[in-house]
Design a protein around this ligand. Structure first.
Ligand code: PBG
Length: 335
């Protein structure tokens, strides 16, 4: 005979797990369609889509097709999309000027979506990587180093052009120091005081962004280079709290942790310490990894996607950027 557990048999935690109805009544965290943000890729042209080989099921779409997709996402109850333009090679330059072209692909896509589906939130990515010849998020100095303060000026121009096009939320994903304050100041000066800032506050120099770089076509430009001089070191979490504190002080309305699943501890620490809207990004590599297992029949698609996303909620995320958003919204409404 082993020593009896204190409380046993009065306390049997299995009692509440016995039936679906008690499991539902005592469930602490749930995923809702209100939590989901769908990332979308937009390409030049008309009435056309392209598959992204490393992200099975994900497509790049022309602006007209994106509008149709936005209508479908809105009909499913998804609150917002986040938009990533795929910039043709000939429009990429050392100074990334296409990033703030009022007639640029991102700007046209924002205008089209807001004109047709005004209630769907539109988030834009503020970073220079789709627009630079070298695929870095910032501008280079003469030594090839990503120059912080020079980049700020370009990011401000880009963010202003997104706000001007009607973006509801601008999301700086570049990890330059001081960019949130610079962008906030410019938006206020432009009268865009309602344009929100979702700061990629703790964005790690992760190997899980590979498929995204294929999707937007920046992998070749980056040519094996990395972003470790500005994105965070995966070994750090105290530093994530400093990043979040700074971005909030600079005027961020919401903060993001990225990637998601390998960084759940960071989500939890940020949510607990700051109590501010905290978003998680289940990135392209997480999507690719799960998709590969689903395609091989090794994991159950619906069960694993729902479990992974619930993990973000349990860690404290308020919203989740996920390539599974549309599919999950379908599941959540099908009873
Ligand atoms: C660009 C950007 C990246 C992602 C979002 N914005 C890639 C990167 O930093 O290289 C990654 C998203 C994903 O992997 O799903 N600054």
């Amino acid at each position: 005979m082993h020593t009896p557990t204190p409380g046993f048999p009065n306390t049997r935690l299995r009692r509440l797990r016995r039936d679906d109805f008690t499991r539902r009544l005592v469930r602490e965290h749930r995923l809702s369609v209100d939590d989901l943000i769908q990332p979308v890729f937009v390409i030049e042209g008309e009435d056309r889509t392209e598959a992204v080989p490393s992200m099975p099921g994900v497509e790049r779409r022309t602006v007209d097709r994106l509008v149709a997709e936005a209508e479908a996402l809105d009909a499913l109850g998804i609150p917002a999309i986040t938009l990533f333009p795929v910039i043709p090679a000939e429009a990429k330059t050392a100074d990334a000027a296409e990033a703030w072209n009022p007639q640029g692909l991102a700007q046209r896509a924002v205008r089209a979506v807001k004109a047709h589906v005004p209630e769907l939130g539109v988030i834009t990515d503020v970073a220079l990587d789709p627009f630079t010849l070298h695929g870095q998020d910032g501008l280079l100095d003469e030594t090839g180093y990503v120059a912080n303060d020079l980049t700020l000026d370009a990011l401000v121009r880009q963010a202003r052009s997104h706000a001007e096009a009607g973006a509801d939320i601008v999301a700086p994903s570049d990890m330059m120091d001081g960019r949130v304050a610079a962008i906030r100041g410019a938006l206020e000066a432009d009268g865009c005081s309602e344009t929100r800032i979702l700061a990629y506050a703790a964005k790690y120099a992760s190997a899980f962004y590979g498929p995204f770089r294929d999707a937007v076509g920046s992998a070749g430009n980056l040519a094996g280079g990395d972003k470790r001089t500005y994105q965070m070191d995966p070994g750090n979490s105290d530093e994530a709290l400093r990043e979040v504190a700074l971005d909030l002080a600079e005027g961020a309305d919401m903060v993001m942790i990225k990637p998601g699943m390998p960084y759940l501890d960071v989500i939890q620490r940020v949510r607990e310490q700051f109590g501010v809207p905290t978003f998680a990004y289940q990135v392209s590599g997480e999507y690719a990894m799960l998709s590969a297992a689903f395609e091989n029949g090794w994991l159950d698609r619906r069960a694993c996607v729902m479990e992974a996303l619930l993990g973000f909620k349990r860690a404290g995320a308020d919203a989740i950027l996920t390539y599974f958003a549309k599919e999950v919204a379908g599941w959540l409404t099908d009873h």
